[in-house]
Write a protein that binds this ligand. Structure first.
Ligand SMILES: [Cu+2]
Length: 77
């Protein structure tokens, strides 16, 4: 744990995602978001229509994560 190097300030946000209906939706959203640089983990709950994303705000923005989900055809609130 030095200064300045390797800071690991992860942020966690839960997004509302509409349009997911099955396990396949869950998998595609999780896969696409997990592939983004800076995302540590993405956990989708289809029943709750939510995606809990842990990410490094210095590497990836919430907008980028939202756009990635929207590109798959789902609606992010
Ligand atoms: Cu589906």
């Amino acid at each position: 744990m030095g200064c300045c190097h390797g800071h690991n300030n992860l942020e966690e946000k839960t997004l509302k995602v509409n349009g997911m209906s099955c396990g396949h939706c869950k998998m595609s959203v999780e896969k696409a978001v997990n592939e983004l640089d800076g995302v540590k983990s993405a956990i989708v709950n289809v029943d709750a229509k939510s995606a809990a994303v842990q990410f490094d705000p210095n590497k990836v923005t919430l907008e980028k994560i939202k756009a990635t989900i929207e590109e798959l055809g789902y609606e992010v609130e």
